[in-house]
Ligand binder design. Structure first.
Ligand SMILES: Cc1cc2nc3c(=O)[nH]c(=O)nc-3n(C[C@H](O)[C@H](O)[C@H](O)COP(=O)(O)O)c2cc1C
Length: 196
């Protein structure tokens, strides 16, 4: 009897171990880490054409929004991604309160959902649920999405609001007319890039 119990115990342990391995292998297959140099999307098309999501926060306290303003390149000898977030956005609070942000790119089939994420505020709705996204958290605890095909994890290096007095007249008038909060720029050091 004792032998049978021991046998069953060993079998259960073996099965749960192989299940975990499957899960790890599937996750590893889903995301592959690449260098910033290996991002093969045209930056203008990726940002202005396809649009991106910028996300900040941790599990249970995060938000995301669509962006089509952004810059990718190098600064202070570091690879950087710069996002521009208006103080009117709910996401602004998360950008201020967190040391990291992520930028995610999605397949073209998701564009309608990106439109929704850029129209609706996280103040009013659970946008992750509304867009049917599956949030995954990086080792640093930052949100990325199973539906994305590229994820860039950044550490905030520098943040500053555009100075209204230094804005070109056209842009100053645009802010005045629209009543939109002047954008902050967040320069993020690219720590990790994953693709599918
Ligand atoms: C295509 C597109 C691009 C956008 N780009 C930006 C951007 O670069 N910066 C910004 O502050 N808002 C941008 N927005 C607006 C925000 O995504 C939008 O106001 C969103 O609802 C804010 O959500 P939140 O209140 O949950 O943060 C964009 C919207 C769309 C549809």
């Amino acid at each position: 009897m004792k032998r049978i119990i021991l046998y069953l115990l060993a079998l259960t342990m073996l099965m749960s171990c192989s299940k975990n391995t499957e899960k790890t292998a599937a996750t590893a297959k889903a995301w592959q880490e690449i260098t910033p140099e290996e991002i093969d999307l045209n930056p203008v098309r990726m940002i202005d054409g396809d649009w991106l999501e910028v996300s900040a926060g941790k599990e249970g306290n995060m938000n995301l929004m669509t962006i089509s303003w952004g810059t990718i390149g190098e600064l202070w000898s570091k690879p950087v991604f710069i996002v521009y977030v208006s103080t009117s956005r709910y996401t602004f609070r998360f950008m201020e309160e967190n040391d990291y942000f992520t930028v995610t790119h999605f397949p073209a089939s998701m564009k309608e959902k990106l439109g929704y994420l850029g129209r609706v505020s996280g103040r009013d709705e659970d946008k992750v649920a509304g867009a049917g996204l599956t949030v995954e958290f990086t080792e640093l605890g930052n949100p990325i999405y199973a539906e994305a095909d590229l994820a860039i994890e950044c550490k905030k290096l520098y943040a500053q609001q555009f100075d209204a007095n230094l804005l070109p007249a056209e842009q100053r008038e645009w802010y005045e007319r629209s009543g939109l909060g002047i954008h902050y720029m967040y320069i993020g050091e690219i720590l990790h890039v994953w693709k599918k």
